[in-house]
Ligand binder design. Structure first.
Ligand code: ADP
Ligand code: MG
Length: 261
């Protein structure tokens, strides 16, 4: 269907005998911002990691931009992902950018080095183009002046902004954020949320896991509540807050947003 950037169908993931995701399905249209919320251990990170193929789904299907890059279908005990070529998966992953809780910058590369690396080695850009793209991404997150610094010379908030620039530079179709501010000192959270808000305002398609519920409510078109590996509610933030679909949703929201009602 037109406008669908991401389709996740019946996504299941088990680790050994532990079922972590149990039939998760949702779609994202272009420019949509979805917050994936739920208590710790509900499967949020695993869901993001499956969307990006950092984890191989046990079964289900993931589609990006209508491309039939069907992920893993449990077929006769063997996953499609095992059959699909590494090239195919790489191609798929290139359309999806992921920002992690702990930044994951390369410690021995400068800021500019961190942002150009994949441009050079994954996208095959020449040095001059890579630098130009990287500096423009760094400017967007307010970090261009720090291009020659190393990660350890930056605050956590600055490192996370560089990590966001690194993703932006690749022009992904979707950006995934897994608790991008939870490793930060409280006074540094705002600068990272402002960058994410700016991307959302510019029309980026964003799937965000966060405990910053007020931010999630304000920035998201939809909120998906995950509970024990299943989607318990999928609606606008107002719908979840006004009409929680279950006790689990209500309990979670009142614990993280006690003043919301
Ligand atoms: P959330 O991000 O919502 O806190 P996770 O997706 O990290 O939840 O984890 C969901 C469940 O899956 C947890 O019980 C966790 O222990 C388990 N889990 C996650 N990754 C692995 C793994 N690599 N091996 C085994 N169990 C895992
Ligand atoms: Mg997590």
């Amino acid at each position: 269907m037109t406008g669908n950037v991401l389709k996740v169908r019946e996504l299941c993931k088990s680790f050994g005998s532990t079922k972590v995701l149990n039939g998760v399905s949702f779609r994202m249209t272009e420019g949509e911002v979805i917050s994936l919320v739920g208590s710790s251990g509900s499967g949020k990170s695993t869901a993001l990691r499956c969307v990006n193929f950092l984890e191989t789904p046990t079964s289900g299907e993931i589609e990006v931009m209508g491309d039939a890059v069907s992920a893993a279908v449990n077929h006769h005990g063997k996953t499609e992902t095992e059959i699909q070529s590494a090239h195919h998966i790489r191609n798929f992953r290139r359309r999806i950018g992921m920002v992690f809780q702990n930044f994951n910058l390369w410690p021995h590369q400068t800021v500019l080095g961190n942002v150009t690396l994949a441009l050079l080695h994954v996208l095959g850009k020449n040095k001059r183009d890579a630098k130009e793209i990287a500096l423009s991404a760094l400017a967007k997150v307010g970090m261009a002046d720090f291009r020659d610094r190393y990660p350890h010379q930056l605050s956590g908030g600055q490192q996370q902004r560089v990590a966001i620039a690194r993703v932006l530079a690749m022009s992904p179709k979707i950006m995934l954020f897994d608790e991008p501010t939870s490793a930060l000192d409280p006074e540094l959270v705002g600068e990272v949320l402002r960058v994410i808000r700016g991307l959302a305002d510019e029309g980026a398609t964003i799937l965000l896991v966060t405990h910053e519920m007020r931010f999630a409510r304000d920035v998201s078109n939809r909120m998906i509540f995950l509970h024990k590996g299943e989607i318990e509610q999928d609606g606008t933030p107002e719908e979840l807050l006004r009409n929680p679909a279950s006790d689990a949703v209500a309990r979670f929201l009142s614990s993280v947003m006690p003043l919301a009602a």
